[in-house]
Design a protein around this ligand. Structure first.
Ligand SMILES: Cc1cc2nc3c(=O)[nH]c(=O)nc-3n(C[C@H](O)[C@H](O)[C@H](O)COP(=O)(O)OP(=O)(O)OC[C@H]3O[C@@H](n4cnc5c(N)ncnc54)[C@H](O)[C@@H]3O)c2cc1C
Length: 427
């Protein structure tokens, strides 16, 4: 082991066993590496179940939120919203979100479109557009209320992982050592913990980049989300509060880089040329950033005393606005299996518990990877037979109500057997 010194927590709460030697006992029930949306959400879900965590990120999550490090918005599905509500993190962001009542999917160059109406399956919006920074701030505020169970370690990055009987030990690059029965990798698509655990992954480079901005427009969006397929990639305009929409504009990387550099007037003109004038005059008002897009999929979601969640497990193309929602489903299942194991007095990092997590997540993840990857390839090209095939596909879904309802429920995350948090029940 590189060092036996303990991690020094930030904030007012001392780390469990602070100041003693590592051999005395684990630092917490879980070590969570990565304090992005996934890491913060999981930490809160576990705390609500009475499980303690030490969470470590290479940057201070509070400074990242204050510095607007993540300017993106996320389409939160109905089932994810239920989870955030039962965890007490939705209430603080709800008023700032934009509900999605309908979704319109169109193919450039065709007047036909597919229209999803939330009222086909009930009264609830299909989802809400939430500012990532606001959601992280709300999660952090809730974690402060659980300071007896949650410790923020000083920023640091994992350098080594050792598993011995009953315990996983993580050595950070600065020599600090943390240990727990279970380490959770929530450190994103380039996960270091995944590599340290010896889990291989596949990466597919789409050679596409998403340009993200906020757009003010003259006309109301009527809470309608637009997804328009262009040869370079999908262009999504997602309803925010008032006459504003979140833009996620995907293009081939070289084109996206040029678009991102345009001045506001030229950017608006290029956007109106591709999207049309249904929202009236458009003005970019947000910070603009680019996000290169890849598919990353871990070969396994578990290793000995290690579980992966969120983008560390599977990072998807944002074509369906589902990447984080799939991560929320990881979190809901992992929190449930860990809470149940703990209540039964079982080892929460033991192989049977982790295998249960993997088994319950496999089908959903493989379905989402296949569908987002397939959609990306189907819609990001202009070859005539492919163009015809996808237009036929859109019109079939448009005309068959059962297909449409299934697609709406899929987008809402309410299909299949759901873990308790996604049903809106405590973990
Ligand atoms: C343009 C775009 C639009 C999107 N829109 C949607 C949407 O509408 N709906 C949706 O559901 N999803 C969407 N997604 C996907 C969503 O943003 C991601 O799935 C989500 O942010 C993943 O969160 P995460 O916490 O798993 O990973 P990350 O956000 O990558 O967080 C990882 C954390 O780990 C930390 N970290 C990394 N390496 C280390 C290390 N070595 N040591 C310590 N800490 C480390 C990082 O600092 C970071 O805080 C979109 C993605 C993109 C690119």
């Amino acid at each position: 082991m590189a060092s036996t010194s303990r991690a020094r927590p930030t904030g007012d709460t001392p780390a469990p066993d602070a100041g003693t030697q590592r051999a005395a006992g684990p630092d917490a029930d879980t070590l969570i590496v990565g304090a992005g949306l996934s890491g913060l959400t999981l930490t809160l879900a576990l705390a609500e179940a009475g499980l303690s965590s030490v969470i470590v990120d290479r940057v201070d999550p509070r400074a990242a939120v204050a510095g607007r490090a993540d300017i993106r918005t996320t389409a939160i599905s109905l089932s994810s919203r239920r989870l955030f509500t039962v965890l007490g993190a939705w209430q603080a962001v709800a008023d700032g979100t934009g509900p999605i009542h309908d979704i319109r999917v169109s193919d450039a160059g065709s007047s036909r479109y597919l229209h999803y109406d939330h009222s086909a399956v009930g009264d609830e919006p299909m989802g809400h557009i939430v500012d990532n920074g606001a959601l992280k701030a709300s999660l952090l505020a809730r974690l402060v209320e659980h300071s007896d169970l949650v410790t923020f370690a000083e920023p640091g990055s994992a350098a080594a992982l050792d598993v011995t009987a009953g315990r996983a030990t993580l050595t950070l690059e600065d020599g600090r050592v943390l240990s727990a029965p279970l380490v959770v990798a929530a450190d994103g698509r380039g996960s270091r913990v995944r590599a340290l655990a010896g889990i291989r992954h596949t990466t597919v480079d789409y050679h596409q980049t998403a340009v993200v901005d906020t757009i003010a427009h003259a006309e109301s969006h009527h809470n309608l989300a637009h997804e328009r397929f262009l040869p370079g990639g999908p262009l999504a305009l997602l309803p925010l509060q008032g006459n504003r929409s979140a833009l996620v504009w995907t293009e081939r990387t070289a084109v996206a880089e040029r678009i991102a550099q345009l001045d506001d007037a030229s950017f608006a003109a290029a956007l109106e040329e591709r999207f049309g004038d249904s929202l009236g005059r458009m003005t970019p008002v947000g910070p603009r950033r680019v996000y290169p897009l890849t598919l990353t999929l871990a070969e396994s979601g578990i290793a000995e005393r290690v579980a992966l969640v969120g983008d560390a497990f599977h990072a998807l193309h944002p074509i369906a606005g589902q990447g984080f929602n799939v991560g929320v489903r990881d979190i809901a299942v992992l929190a449930e299996v860990l809470a149940d194991a703990s209540r039964l007095g079982l080892d929460i990092g033991g192989a049977p518990v982790l295998r249960d997590y993997q088994r319950r997540r496999r089908f959903d993840i493989m379905t989402m990877v296949a569908s987002t990857d397939g959609l990306t390839r189907l819609f990001s090209n202009d070859i005539a037979p492919v163009r015809s095939a996808r237009r036929i596909g859109l019109s079939i879904v448009e005309r068959v109500p059962a297909f449409k309802r299934a697609a709406i429920r899929h987008a809402m995350g309410t299909l299949g057997t759901l873990p308790r948090l996604l049903r809106g029940e405590p973990v």
